[in-house]
Design a protein around this ligand. Structure first.
Ligand SMILES: *[C@@H]1O[C@H](CO)[C@@H](O)[C@H](O)[C@H]1NC(C)=O
Ligand SMILES: *[C@@H]1O[C@H](CO)[C@@H](O)[C@H](O)[C@H]1NC(C)=O
Ligand SMILES: *[C@@H]1O[C@H](CO)[C@@H](O)[C@H](O)[C@H]1NC(C)=O
Ligand SMILES: *[C@@H]1O[C@H](CO)[C@@H](O)[C@H](O)[C@H]1NC(C)=O
Ligand SMILES: *[C@@H]1O[C@H](CO)[C@@H](O)[C@H](O)[C@H]1NC(C)=O
Ligand SMILES: *[C@@H]1O[C@H](CO)[C@@H](O)[C@H](O)[C@H]1NC(C)=O
Length: 317
């Protein structure tokens, strides 16, 4: 277990055969914005380039860090872009809010890790919108109930010739949830591997400024009340003989935070979910898409679908 958890520290990613961190930093930061020491503490904090908005360093904050959250905030508040890895491990802090101003991380040959922090209840990096790292782990933070990274939308791999971005989010609190906004953003990242994600969608759904969330139930028993203009469904979208006449209203739906269940209809094709991009069944133990006992159905397509968490089942009878 320990060896496995520490593997990322021991095995550097294969960025290039001759990856040179000094060169990587040199091309991205002025010399005064490079921080050489990595494990931040009271001895070296005065050397941190606190006025630079782009800082080059492999930043590590661990159990030996003797600084208060206020000191960390004061030192790190102007850093908007971190070039290098971020490792927050076994700290006493309740969040990573001291990096609330950070907008992007561009890893070199190491990873983005927030692990083994027993007091941390959220990440709280509220400005973070880009992580260019092939491996991202937020795991084994036992008290963590939420991420609070509402703006994280862009991720690209740091490893050369790799397309996949491995995101490990597990070993958190039993109450851990991901907001629908965070889930929507994560599902929009091409080549993201979210297989390890455990938890639920936070309730209620995040309100939309550009769209309308419609609530539905957690079960597959009752037909969903299909309203006009819904762009997201929070809960299961259940279509059966009672509401099949309304399916044309589903053209506006872009995301379903729950399973899609189509059963016992006379529908001949499923061509009304033309704008559906994402289905997330986080926290559900049912299949993401189930199409069952629709005798006249001959064609179905989800032309806009980009990401789906869960399996698809189609049973004709
Ligand atoms: C990446 O792919 C290119 C072209 O296939 C190849 O020449 C190069 O050696 C690869 N680099 C690494 C680090 O694998
Ligand atoms: C800070 O870290 C450096 C390098 O790991 C170490 O030499 C120094 O003793 C540490 N200072 C404190 C106060 O722990
Ligand atoms: C992240 O990678 C993308 C794609 O290579 C690039 O366009 C973007 O500028 C990078 N951002 C940062 C902060 O490194
Ligand atoms: C959906 O349900 C939640 C919680 O039950 C409620 O706060 C929210 O207002 C509902 N939204 C709509 C559009 O009905
Ligand atoms: C479906 O078709 C059957 C017979 O083909 C018919 O009895 C039933 O009323 C139809 N249901 C709906 C909802 O149109
Ligand atoms: C299935 O539906 C799609 C989208 O509506 C359409 O482009 C395609 O031609 C249909 N295929 C068949 C066999 O009907």
């Amino acid at each position: 277990m320990w060896l496995w958890l520490f593997a990322p520290f021991l095995i550097r990613n294969v960025i290039a055969a001759n990856f040179d961190p000094t060169e990587f930093f040199k091309t991205r930061c002025e010399p005064k914005c490079v921080f050489e020491a990595s494990n931040l503490n009271s001895t070296n904090i005065d050397k941190f380039p606190k006025d630079c908005s782009t800082v080059c360093t492999d930043l590590a904050i661990d159990d030996k860090c003797d600084l208060t959250e206020e000191q960390l905030t004061a030192t790190l508040q102007n850093m908007k872009h971190l070039v290098g890895s971020l490792i927050v491990i076994s700290v006493k802090y309740t969040s990573v809010k001291f990096l609330a101003g950070l907008e992007s991380v561009e890893c070199g040959d190491l990873d983005f890790l927030i692990v083994l922090n027993n007091k941390m209840f959220e990440v709280g990096m509220t400005s973070l919108n880009t992580i260019n790292c092939s491996s991202i782990a937020i795991d084994n933070n036992k008290e963590m109930t939420k991420l609070n990274v509402p703006n994280l939308k862009y991720m690209y791999p740091s490893e050369v010739n790799k397309t996949e971005i491995k995101v490990r989010i597990d070993g958190l609190s039993k109450k851990f949830c991901v907001t629908t906004e965070e889930m929507y953003n994560l599902m929009g990242v091409p080549n993201i591997d979210l297989d390890s994600l455990e938890g639920m969608h936070c309730e209620p759904a995040t309100p939309l400024t550009n769209g309308k969330v419609c609530n539905s139930s957690y079960t597959l028993i009752y037909p969903t009340e299909i309203l006009d203009g819904c762009t997201q469904y929070f809960g299961s979208l259940v279509i059966n003989s009672e509401n099949e006449k309304d399916v044309s209203k589903l053209k506006s739906v872009e995301a379903i935070f729950g399973p899609l269940f189509i059963e016992k209809t006379n529908l001949t094709s499923i061509d009304f979910l033309t704008n559906l991009k994402f289905i997330s069944t986080l926290g559900y133990d049912t299949t993401a898409v189930q199409v069952i006992n629709n005798p006249f159905l001959s064609n179905f397509s989800f032309p806009s679908l980009k990401n789906l968490m869960g399996r698809v089942v189609n049973r004709f009878k």
